[in-house]
Design a protein around this ligand. Structure first.
Ligand SMILES: *Cc1c(COP(=O)(O)O)cnc(C)c1O
Length: 394
């Protein structure tokens, strides 16, 4: 048999020699991913079982129950999408947007723009209202936009990871009711770390990810949908234009029918189940308090070192802090120095803030007193070596 096959066009003798994988130690204090909890890593390394195995089916229900707790919602359709946060983001839009629907997006950072891009691809009539990167929207500004555009969906970002702003949510859901539109909320960097009340805030569609506040590696995108949003899905004239993210199909697997749709990433769901269990064990309020306490200590310490924070204190996100890079300092060289010499990752600026801020994340498992001390010490001892002249040889 072997003789009848053509020669391999990619010959293994031409490959470099590969060692078994090893990964350098890293403390991930950037915008994500964040380090995973050791118990989550253990769960990920368990042997996979069948995605229709009764044991796994029970585990799916546990994940859903725990996700509803984390999000404070009773939404039936609360599931982890197989994919990262962006997959869950696209799912909120793919399932509810029909051609010529007006989708109104509040843009005050990078992820607002991603929502605009996605909604446009689903043929929505996309309208925006904007604020500078580092600010939040007032209720008045939101109402003016709702009145003007009369959207069927208002999309906003609760925790803008590109700017470090937490959008105050009080009253927005009521406005959406008044103007008869669905409220879609990006909760990627708030879930697990910042007070979040999907039902109380009357949020109809929300999504998140596994790798930020939930102490899990990237790979799953929690998704939730209210009864009101479900109605819009049921009333669609055409099929959901994205097969993989179609909630009406996915619901046959996650609902009581358990019909095969795609093979669930079983181990990722083991990890997610464990991360959510840990969150419930700690208690949501305790987790929120921990994130706030550690963030406040970080803010105080940075200001003490003479650094400026980009966002005013009332709007600051406990999970992500934007620090202005001092004039004349090479911010990128400094973060590379921390990574190469100390194994600590912090992020740089995106979009309008590129080159002007560092982004320090304290998310999930990584939001600890010890990590705050570590990063503050590094800023204290290493930053002076970069002052005055950007290119400091180390
Ligand atoms: C990280 C992030 C996303 C995208 O999630 P991925 O897991 O990278 O796909 C979306 N919105 C916000 C606010 C984020 O921080």
């Amino acid at each position: 048999m072997a003789t009848s096959q053509p020669n391999l066009s990619v010959d293994k003798n031409h490959l470099k020699s590969f060692e078994p994988i090893s990964v350098p130690e890293r403390l991930l204090l950037g915008p994500g991913p964040s380090n995973a909890h050791p118990d989550v890593l253990k769960a990920l390394s368990l042997h996979p079982i069948g995605h229709l195995d009764p044991f796994y089916v029970d585990l799916m229900s546990e994940v859903q129950e725990l996700l509803r707790y984390a999000w404070q919602t009773s939404n039936r359709l609360t599931i982890p999408m197989s994919g990262t946060g962006s997959a869950a983001m696209e799912a909120t839009i793919a399932n509810t947007v029909e051609e010529a629907d007006t989708v109104l997006v509040g843009v005050n950072g990078y992820f607002g723009n991603r929502l605009v891009d996605m909604a446009g691809r689903y043929k929505a009539n996309v309208e925006t209202f904007e604020k500078p990167w580092g600010e939040a929207f007032s209720l008045e500004e939101i109402e003016v936009a709702l009145k003007k555009y009369k959207p069927s969906i208002l999309a906003m970002v609760h925790a803008e990871t590109s700017t470090g702003v937490c959008q105050p949510m009080h009253g927005i859901g009521e406005l959406c009711e008044k103007y008869d539109c669905l409220l879609l909320l990006d909760t990627v960097t708030s879930l697990g770390g910042v007070p979040l009340f999907i039902d109380k805030w009357k949020v109809d569609l929300a999504y998140s990810c596994s790798q930020k506040g939930l102490s899990c590696p990237p790979g799953l995108g929690p998704f939730t949908m209210s009864k009101r949003a479900e109605k819009k899905l049921l009333a669609r004239k055409d099929k959901v234009p994205n097969w993989y993210l179609d909630v009406s199909l996915l619901n046959q697997y996650w609902g009581s029918d358990r019909v095969y749709h795609h093979t669930a990433p079983v181990n990722m769901n083991f990890g997610m189940r464990e991360s959510l269990r840990l969150l419930a064990e700690e208690g949501l309020e305790n987790a929120w308090d921990r994130h706030r306490r550690n963030a406040e200590k970080l803010w105080l310490g940075l200001v003490h070192l003479g650094l400026d924070l980009h966002v005013q204190e009332e709007l600051r996100l406990p999970t992500l802090t934007t620090v202005r890079i001092p004039e004349g300092l090479d911010g990128k060289a400094f973060s590379l120095h921390l990574l190469n010499n100390y194994g600590v990752e912090i992020g740089g600026g995106l979009g309008d803030l590129a080159g002007t801020v560092w982004r320090i994340g304290l998310m999930g498992y990584n939001s600890s007193d010890e990590n705050v001390d570590k990063i503050l010490n590094l800023f204290e001892t290493e930053l002076p070596r970069f002052k005055g002249n950007s290119a400091c040889a180390v």
